[in-house]
Write a protein that binds this ligand. Structure first.
Ligand code: NAP
Length: 271
C-alpha cells in the first residue's frame, strides 16, 4: 500500500516468486491508499480483506506505526514497510535488504569506514544496518541539521552513538572503503544529477552502493568507476527487502533469483 503505487515493481517480483514455488492461492496486489484513510484501510485489509500482510511504502511508512506492533528495527527507524496481519507485527526490511545485498556482493562491512549520502528514511535504515554490521559510519547530507536530527534520533531509539556527521568536503578527506547513496539524486528522469559535488574529488578505488535502480547506471556510478571503483546499483536491495517480507508472510525462503529477474523485466518494461 502506498500513494501513489503504480510505479511499484513489487507485484511482479512477488507474484513471480509465488508462481515459481507453486503457491497458486497467494497473490500480491497493488493498493493505492490515500494518506487520510491509512488507519481504516489497515483494519479493513486485516479484518475483511483476506490479506496475510502488507508492504507499506511512501508516504505511509511512519503513519502505520501507531496501529501495529513494531519490532526493534521498525521502532529504531520510526518506520515500517512490512506488516504481518496474523499478529499485527511490523518490521522494516530495508535494513536486511541493504545488508543482505552488500553481503551477497561480498562487500566487507565489519571494521570498514563507510560514508552515507543522505539523511532520509533510506539513510536511517543504512546507518542502523551498517553500524550493527560493525562498520564505522559517517553521514553527509545537503541539510546538516537533518542529518544531526537523524543521528540524535538513532541514539535515542537504538543507542547508536558511533555514527557522525561531516560536511562532504571534510568527509571526503577520510579513507572510505564504501560509499552508500541514500538520496534520490540522479534518479530517472533527472539522470544528469549527482549527489556528489563536482568541486570535491570522488574517492579513488572505493565500492559505491547506489540505492537508485532507475537508471541502472547513474551518473554517480559512472563517477565511481571513472575513479577506479566498483559500483553496485540498488535493484538487489529492492529484491532482498522483498525477499525478507516474503519469508515473514509465507515462512518460505524466497527464490531471490526469480524475484530479481522479474523485477529487472518489470523495470525494463517501464523504459
Ligand atoms: P527521503 O526521505 O526523501 O530523503 C532524501 C534525502 O536525499 C535527504 O537526505 C535529502 O537531503 C537528500 N536529497 C534530496 N534531494 C537532494 C538534492 N537535490 N541534493 C542533495 N541532496 C538531496 O528519501 P528516502 O526515502 O530516504 O529515499 C532515498 C532514495 O533511496 C530514493 O531514491 C529511494 O528510491 C531510494 N531507496 C531505494 C531502496 C531500494 O530498495 N533500492 C529502498 C529505499 C529507498 P535534505 O535532507 O537536504 O533534503
Amino acid at each position: 500500500m502506498g500513494w501513489p503505487v503504480e510505479h511499484s515493481l513489487s507485484p511482479a517480483m512477488h507474484n513471480a516468486a509465488f508462481a515459481a514455488l507453486g503457491m497458486t492461492d497467494w497473490r500480491y496486489d497493488l493498493l493505492p491508499i490515500q494518506p487520510d484513510i491509512v488507519r481504516q484501510s489497515l483494519k479493513i485489509l486485516r479484518d475483511e480483506g483476506g490479506y496475510t500482510g502488507v508492504n507499506v511504502t511512501v508516504p505511509h511508512k511512519q503513519a502505520v506505526m501507531p496501529y501495529v506492533k513494531p519490532d526493534a528495527i521498525a521502532q529504531a527507524l520510526g518506520a515500517a514497510n512490512t506488516i504481518d496481519f496474523r499478529n499485527n507485527s511490523a518490521t522494516n526490511t530495508d535494513v536486511a535488504g541493504l545488508i543482505d545485498d552488500l553481503t551477497a556482493n561480498s562487500v566487507k562491512l565489519n571494521g570498514e569506514n563507510v560514508l552515507i549520502l543522505g539523511a532520509g528514511g533510506a539513510a536511517r535504515a543504512a546507518v542502523y544496518g551498517l553500524v550493527h554490521a560493525g562498520a564505522n559510519v559517517t553521514v553527509t547530507n545537503r541539510t546538516a541539521e537533518r542529518a544531526q536530527i537523524m543521528l540524535a534520533d538513532l541514539t535515542l531509539s537504538a543507542g547508536i552513538r558511533s555514527a557522525q556527521f561531516k560536511p562532504l568536503e571534510e568527509a571526503a578527506q577520510n579513507d572510505f572503503s564504501l560509499v552508500v547513496n541514500c538520496t534520490p539524486v540522479g534518479m530517472w528522469p533527472n539522470v544528469d544529477a549527482s549527489p556528489w559535488s563536482d568541486d570535491v574529488d570522488f574517492p579513488a578505488g572505493v565500492t559505491l552502493y547506489d540505492m537508485i535502480y532507475r537508471p541502472e547506471r547513474t551518473r554517480l556510478i559512472e563517477t565511481c568507476e571513472s575513479r577506479g571503483g566498483r559500483a553496485i546499483g540498488g535493484l538487489g536491495m529492492l529484491v532482498r527487502q522483498g525477499a525478507a517480507a516474503f519469508k515473514i508472510w509465507t515462512g518460505k525462503a524466497a527464490p531471490v533469483d526469480v524475484m530479481y529477474e522479474a523485477a529487472q523485466a518489470a523495470l525494463a518494461a517501464k523504459k
